[in-house]
Design a protein around this ligand. Structure first.
Ligand SMILES: Cc1cc2nc3c(=O)[nH]c(=O)nc-3n(C[C@H](O)[C@H](O)[C@H](O)COP(=O)(O)OP(=O)(O)OC[C@H]3O[C@@H](n4cnc5c(N)ncnc54)[C@H](O)[C@@H]3O)c2cc1C
Length: 401
């Protein structure tokens, strides 16, 4: 069957649903539809924030994002308060935690999805779910899209297909592919907000451990990005929110340094270790850091600092060995080999290059073509920043349709 629409949105995720809801709110007569490849809209949204959906952050600002799309003064108007007013008007009540992260009071991501779905349904947005696009072409100033079942003609087209992250939840590169075929420059997707695979002779012994600290990504000896939080050690990788944030910037060959005792200086720690040497004089060398770090971590620190023979006694450790141990606690190092794959990624770097789209998210090259959400080359840190951008960019596109 052939359908004609004023505007067609490809992708029924966070940005696409917000775009449709806002477009109909502004112009109830608009004839608009969503094409979604999954059998239902918003599958990824349901998985966000561990099922609770961290939908925005009260501290949203440009410096929380990386990528070729620059937000400029976007968040001066479209800040968290603005977005939360929109959601309140849709029926959603929210609360924020001490980090500024905002969640629905129901603690369920389904509440966020439902208010968006209901807004679309009550205003007559059609949703074609489970449709695979076979071709997408420009035609007479508009667009012709064919799926296996139907054909769609539309004046305006919105690409809201997200990125390749989390393919089981709908992640795909197809939005970027459509844009490339329409002549726009696209940066290939790379996993982001994901565990970082590392090499270190002691990593295996740390599997399953968690430690609070400061992680710093360094390149050629220079700090690129630093974060505090809980590091999780797993088989071949480091993870945890602070590591996810480093993954936005990490490259093969970088080094992650973990300060396991950020509240103490290396000098203070060295002085403590001098005392421990006496206190634990007759204990094996791996007990030097007892009372400060978990046993397995303390052993790994001693090994990385060069003390490998644990049959020695603390009393026998040299001054240089104490200094090295203190230095390692303040900067245990792990060499970055690669980022974990898209399956484990919450987001992706890459997408349509920032210079291709104007401040209202319309293509500068192709009239009536709009892009929103993660299909754009911008990626935020953990904390609600990615959904904030998806919702806000979707909303702004909705205002233009
Ligand atoms: C496990 C997980 C947890 C997360 N938690 C948070 C969080 O708490 N806070 C936060 O800010 N961010 C979080 N994110 C990131 C956030 O979900 C995304 O940044 C956001 O959903 C992007 O919105 P979007 O509309 O661009 O893409 P999506 O929400 O991914 O929507 C894109 C939609 O397009 C559909 N689609 C793709 N290709 C096609 C096609 N060819 N034809 C038709 N349909 C297509 C997809 O099926 C999907 O439904 C999380 C991500 C994951 C994977």
């Amino acid at each position: 069957m052939t359908y004609k629409f004023d505007a067609l949105i490809i992708g029924g995720g966070a940005s696409g649903l917000m775009c449709a809801a806002e477009a109909k709110r502004q112009n109830p007569k608009l004839n608009i539809a969503i094409i979604e490849k999954n059998d239902r809209v918003g599958k990824k949204l349901l998985a966000t924030g561990n099922g609770r959906c961290n939908l925005t952050n009260l501290r949203v600002s440009a410096d929380k994002y990386t990528g070729s799309y620059k937000t400029g003064n976007l968040f001066e108007r479209y800040d968290a308060e603005f977005l939360l007013r929109k959601f309140k008007a849709l029926g959603l009540l929210t609360y924020s935690d001490s980090e500024g992260r905002v969640y629905p009071v129901s603690r369920q991501a389904s509440s966020v999805l439902d208010v968006l779905r209901f807004a679309c349904e009550r205003n007559g947005v059609e949703a074609f779910c489970g449709e695979q696009i076979r071709s997408l072409k420009r035609e007479n100033g508009g667009f012709r899209i064919k799926t296996a079942e139907n054909e769609f003609l539309t004046k305006k087209l919105v690409i809201a297909c997200g990125s390749k992250a989390a393919p089981k939840l709908g992640g795909s590169a197809s939005g970027a592919d459509y844009l490339r075929n329409l002549g726009l420059a696209v940066e290939p997707f790379q996993p982001a907000l994901c565990p970082i695979q590392v090499k270190s002779e002691v990593l295996k012994s740390l599997k399953g451990l968690r430690a609070a600290g400061r992680v710093t990504l360094t390149r050629n000896g220079n700090a690129v990005k630093s974060e505090c939080g809980e590091v999780q050690f797993s088989d071949g990788a480091l993870s945890g929110i602070c590591v996810f944030n480093l993954s936005l910037y990490a490259k093969d060959g970088d080094v992650i340094s973990v300060d396991l005792l950020p509240d103490y200086s290396e000098k203070e720690l060295y002085n403590i270790l001098i005392k421990n040497k006496e206190l634990f004089a007759n204990q094996n060398a791996d007990n030097l850091i007892t009372g400060i770090l978990p046993k397995r971590l303390a052993q790994a620190v001693m090994k990385q600092s060069g003390v490998k023979d644990f049959s020695r006694f603390c009393a026998d450790l040299t001054d240089n060995e104490l200094r090295q141990a203190a230095k390692t606690v303040k900067g245990m190092t792990f060499g970055v080999t690669q980022l974990s794959g898209f399956e484990q990624a919450q987001c992706a770097r890459g997408g349509v290059k920032g210079y291709e789209i104007g401040d209202k998210f319309e293509s500068k090259r192709v009239r009536n073509l709009f892009v929103c959400g993660e299909a754009i080359d911008i990626c935020g840190e953990c904390g609600g920043y990615n959904l904030h951008f998806a919702f806000v960019s979707g909303m702004i596109v909705g205002e233009q349709l």
